[in-house]
Design a protein around this ligand. Structure first.
Ligand code: HEC
Ligand code: HEC
Ligand code: HEC
Ligand code: HEC
Ligand code: HEC
Ligand code: HEC
Ligand code: HEC
Length: 701
């Protein structure tokens, strides 16, 4: 980030023009000023002076001022690459998605707001200073760009130390955090990979970089040397941000990938490869890997099977494939994984080989690996497949995932992702409870998200001890998981502790309600707390700043329904359907509303369309089958449920419906089969044992 001057501005301001969706923007100079003439917040054309430029290579963005202390990142950017490779032009960052000034993604909208969306990562020691009441910013920073203290923290003692003004030798040359964690690495005789000679003592360096190189939300004030999770809410490596196997998909930066890597678990940190001051790699090309991987073993066609001069012989191209963001900005996947075309074949995840060999199929790449004697193993029981099947509603993968969550074959961040996925699928098993006390906060976080699916009493009993967790992410996740617990039902001291946590939650999130997503989260929290008036206001505020927030309309409809305001709920759902006519959730909710209104035909139609859209879970298809049955289409309902049960075995509600509908159809033997299936999935449930016995008697077995 730099002030806009003749030196810093790269783009063409010689009356250059760029047209996007009928709006022609012009870029011109007036004396020392750089002026953008374009459509503003109200859609009217106006002049905006460029305050700052953002970035240098491969693109540069412009920051333009708006009212209420806002700086906005303009969405037409300068491609600073050489003309020979297509650069030296203005281009739109998001040409397909961004509409006119009423679109929240427009440059004047909340997502392009510098104060909240960009500044913490692009300046040093940012204070956002957002006032939710007046919706104004009074943002400040210590230095306009990323400087020493962004990584090292306060530097006064360091300067004193270096100038000889300090009376004693301070640790880490006077900086508050030890970032020098590269360690010593040595090759044992004959070993192809070097080993770290002393263990990595703490996550200080990687967490410092993660503040800006991670996909995360900001929680409170930053504290140098605290775990990242204490100041930021990290997005775990799960769809839709990542692929099921943890490869990057959306723009997720580096941290969430690197934490998955085998290398990080063996003590590698960012500065083993990056010199953090010049940002250069420690060595050129494959040399950066040769620090720890013997070239005789890896940097040879015996390993990579490409001519040494080919791009296919570069370690990073196979082990850190690129995905391009912002149209021109390729980023590497830092999970440093082995390419797995076999997984591409069975589950559609990408692999490095086909990211180059685009014209070839994954089957082709897999065959090449087989020909080279490097066929991947364990395709069938790879964790990514289990996670994909769990999302589809298949319960047979649960025991395997429970083992992965408890064992240490996977990196902690992946275990946390598995815990969260299991929780969403309603699986919170007892053996997971020790993880609530694990030393690693990311596992405690995963365990809290997991326990969120338990019934209130059990949930509170387990999560009570996390109310005072030292790490903010864990505490705030606990607040969300306990939001529906009535304080009046608790002993005084416990109620007070929980109330304090709830207050912290509201305070933390209120400071960031300039983001529609945060406002929405706060609304959900308030609604679970039973504070319906405040919740409705918060939903409406979120939707005012982003009317495209589908989840906002759906949750609002749900809240209105709970209050018996069916007509208002219908309005909200109509908005949702206008926004996303194919949204399974919106169709489903509208179907249920029609059921309540007694409009059976319309209800069935909505529920059918919801069922047709369903690609994760089984709920919508299940409900449609029940509705079919209720409408007299019994055969069709049974058919649906049978198909669903074989696609997603182990779903309690589906099996129960199969038992009851089969019995009613006079197919007692089939009912017994499903009852037995039910019993095998839920062996501890006495009701199911009884059910089996009753049906045995009935069939005379
Ligand atoms: C979570 C931290 C974070 C946030 C938030 C963030 N950026 Fe960045 N941004 C980065 C990092 C890190 C890089 C460069 C490293 C990379 O290539 O991954 C980068 C690179 C860029 C670049 C490429 C130019 C260059 O010099 O590399 C531009 C332009 C940019 N960001 C603009 C923005 C704008 C505009 C916003 C807000 C709408 C924003 N960024 C929000 C961290 C962030
Ligand atoms: C992007 C983050 C980052 C920025 C910005 C940064 N540093 Fe560093 N610095 C590091 C890291 C990481 C290390 C440890 C490198 C290693 O592992 O060898 C380090 C090491 C150092 C060391 C050696 C410390 C020791 O304990 O031996 C000094 C001194 C230092 N930096 C000073 C500075 C100064 C002065 C600036 C500003 C001009 C600066 N750094 C900017 C990340 C940063
Ligand atoms: C305060 C936020 C912040 C912190 C902390 C931070 N970075 Fe960055 N980093 C950025 C931004 C913003 C960019 C892109 C702009 C630029 O190129 O200067 C960047 C760029 C980089 C790049 C160059 C990317 C490229 O496109 O070439 C590397 C490498 C990098 N950072 C590594 C690190 C490492 C390693 C650490 C931790 C020691 C670290 N950063 C800490 C914000 C940060
Ligand atoms: C500072 C040392 C170090 C550097 C530098 C390094 N590695 Fe590693 N790498 C390791 C260690 C240690 C392991 C773990 C070996 C083991 O446990 O079997 C490893 C493992 C791997 C693996 C196996 C991953 C898996 O899931 O099984 C790959 C692939 C890999 N490294 C690629 C690279 C690439 C590519 C580079 C350069 C961009 C690189 N490494 C640089 C130390 C390093
Ligand atoms: C053309 C793609 C390709 C390139 C280039 C490549 N690798 Fe690999 N690498 C693989 C595949 C495939 C595997 C898994 C099969 C195997 O173990 O040989 C693998 C496995 C590995 C492993 C883990 C297994 C082991 O033998 O320890 C490491 C470490 C590794 N590669 C390092 C490197 C380094 C370092 C380079 C660069 C010098 C490199 N690779 C270049 C494809 C590649
Ligand atoms: C094993 C070596 C290795 C480690 C460890 C590593 N990186 Fe990288 N990183 C690379 C390589 C290689 C590139 C590609 C550089 C290039 O293409 O010029 C890269 C690229 C980047 C970039 C540029 C944008 C992108 O994503 O391609 C950023 C930013 C970055 N690394 C940050 C980090 C941070 C932060 C860490 C620690 C959390 C880290 N890296 C750890 C090897 C490493
Ligand atoms: C960075 C790009 C890149 C990646 C990644 C890459 N390749 Fe290649 N590959 C090439 C290029 C370029 C050639 C042509 C080499 C030559 O003959 O000069 C090639 C050649 C080949 C060939 C022989 C020529 C042919 O097309 O039949 C095979 C087979 C092959 N690659 C398989 C793989 C497999 C399998 C992987 C993943 C493990 C992989 N490649 C990863 C770039 C890549």
């Amino acid at each position: 980030m730099q002030p806009a001057t003749a030196d810093s501005v790269l783009g063409d301001f010689d009356n250059a023009r760029f047209t996007h969706r009928g709006v022609t923007t012009t870029f011109r100079r007036e004396d020392q000023n750089f002026i953008v003439h374009t459509a503003g917040e109200d859609g009217r054309m106006a002049d905006f002076p460029v305050r700052y430029v953002f970035g240098v290579e491969p693109l540069q963005q412009l920051l333009l001022p708006l009212s209420r202390g806002r700086l906005q990142a303009f969405d037409i950017a300068w491609d600073s690459r050489p003309a020979a490779v297509g650069g030296q032009r203005w281009f739109h960052l998001n040409p397909e998605e961004v509409g006119d000034h009423s679109d929240p993604l427009h440059w004047t909208g909340p997502y392009m707001n510098w104060n909240t969306q960009c500044a913490e990562c692009h300046s040093t020691d940012l204070e956002k200073r957002y006032d939710p009441d007046s919706r104004t910013y009074d943002s400040r920073y210590a230095e306009v760009d990323v400087a020493c203290e962004a990584c090292h923290g306060p530097g006064a003692q360091h300067i004193a130390q270096v100038r000889g003004e300090s009376d004693r030798e301070l640790p880490h040359v006077g900086f508050p955090v030890d970032l020098s964690q590269r360690g010593n690495w040595a090759f044992a005789d004959g070993e192809p990979v070097a080993r770290r000679q002393s263990e990595l003592a703490h996550p200080g360096q990687v967490d410092t970089c993660g503040r800006c190189h991670a996909r995360r939300g900001t929680l409170g004030d930053y504290h140098h040397g605290q775990p990242l999770l204490d100041t930021h809410r990290l997005s775990l490596p799960r769809p839709p941000l990542y692929h099921f196997d943890g490869q990057i998909r959306d723009e997720v930066y580096v941290y969430g990938s690197f934490l998955q890597s085998r290398m990080h678990r063996e003590g590698v940190v960012c500065s083993n490869c990056h010199e953090p001051h010049s940002l250069e790699l420690r060595a050129e090309g494959n040399g950066v890997c040769a620090q720890c991987h013997r070239p005789e073993r890896y940097d040879t066609p015996q390993h990579h099977h490409h001519p040494v001069t080919s791009s296919g012989a570069a370690c990073a191209n196979c082990h850190m494939p690129e995905t391009t963001y912002m149209v021109v900005d390729p980023r590497r996947d830092h999970s440093l994984r082995i390419p797995r075309p076999d997984l591409s074949v069975v589950m559609g995840t990408p692999n490095a080989c086909n990211q180059c060999h685009r014209e070839q199929s994954p089957e082709w790449a897999l065959q090449a690996l087989r020909d080279w004697g490097q066929a991947p193993e364990g395709t069938a029981d790879h964790p990514a497949r289990a996670l994909q099947q769990l999302a589809a509603g298949n319960r047979s993968v649960v025991p395997g995932l429970l083992d992965l969550a408890q064992g240490d074959s996977e990196a902690p961040i992946q275990r946390a992702a598995i815990l969260e996925a299991l929780g969403e699928a309603g699986v919170a098993a007892e053996p997971l409870t020790p993880l609530l006390r694990h030393d690693d906060p990311i596992l405690r976080l995963g365990a809290v998200q997991n326990a969120a699916s338990l019934p209130p009493r059990e949930r509170y009993a387990l999560l009570r001890e996390r109310i005072a967790d030292p790490v903010a992410s864990v505490r705030l996740a606990t607040a969300e998981a306990l939001a529906d617990i009535p304080l009046a039902a608790l002993p005084d001291t416990e109620a007070q502790a929980l109330e304090t946590l709830f207050r912290e939650y509201r305070k933390t999130y209120r400071d960031h309600t300039d983001m529609p997503g945060v406002q929405l989260q706060l609304a959900i929290f308030l609604s679970q707390r039973g504070n319906r008036v405040a919740a409705e206001a918060a939903y409406r505020a979120a939707l005012a700043s982003n009317p495209q927030l589908l989840a906002g309309w759906l949750n609002l409809a749900n809240l209105l329904r709970a209050e018996g305001r069916e007509a208002d709920a219908r309005d909200a759902l109509e908005q949702a359907l206008e926004l996303a006519p194919d949204s399974g959730q919106a169709l489903h909710a509208m179907g249920l509303l029609e059921v309540r209104a007694g409009n059976r035909k319309s209800a069935l139609d909505y529920l059918r369309r919801a069922a047709e859209q369903e690609d994760t879970g089984t709920r919508h298809r299940y409900v449609y089958a029940v509705a079919l049955h209720d409408s007299g289409a019994e055969k069709q309902a049974l058919q649906q449920l049978r198909a669903l049960n074989s696609a997603a075995p182990g779903q309690e509600e589906i099996l129960l419906a199969l038992v009851s509908y089969s019995e009613r159809a006079g197919e007692a033997a089939a009912a017994l089969t499903y009852a037995r299936e039910l019993q095998s999935w839920f062996p501890d449930n006495p009701d199911y044992r009884q059910l089996v016995r009753r049906l045995q008697r009935l069939t005379g077995e």
